[in-house]
Design a binder for this molecule. Structure first.
Ligand code: FE
Length: 137
């Protein structure tokens, strides 16, 4: 999808940087709106496996279900799939000398993290997501 185009989002939330800044903590703003990365193992969310959903920290769109969460030992919350095919967008990312697929919220463009092809079956995908980009609900 990074090459062939992303699905139409279910809705759109578009705010100016100053509006996001007012809604988010400085750390959330840096990760979600400026493509930052939180330090590995910095969030208790990595070890959280209670039922529920994980929503975008910016626009509250539900992105991942706890049922698809797994312990990747990477230091970031990890999932095998999104709750729906149209809530996450994919982008080629060649920054930092690596070739990766960046994931963003398809509703508000928040940076979430990256997706890698080394996850468990059946998807074989590992969505490696910043805890600061998510709110447990
Ligand atoms: Fe969002």
């Amino acid at each position: 999808m990074a090459r062939d185009g992303n699905p139409q989002p279910p809705r759109r939330v578009e705010l100016k940087d100053a509006e996001w800044r007012a809604r988010l903590t400085p750390e959330q703003f840096r990760v979600t709106r400026q493509k930052g990365t939180e330090p590995a193992h910095s969030s208790a969310m990595c070890a959280l496996f209670e039922p529920g959903r994980y929503a975008c920290a910016c626009c509250a769109t539900e992105l991942f279900d706890a049922g698809s969460k797994f312990d990747s030992h990477s230091g970031w919350p990890s999932f095998t799939q999104a709750v729906a095919p149209d809530v996450v967008a994919y982008h080629d990312d060649s920054s930092h000398g690596m070739t990766r697929i960046e994931t963003t919220c398809n509703v508000c463009d928040a940076h979430l993290g990256h997706v890698f092809p080394d996850g468990p079956a059946p998807s074989g995908l590992r969505y490696c997501i910043n805890a600061l980009s998510l709110t447990k609900c």
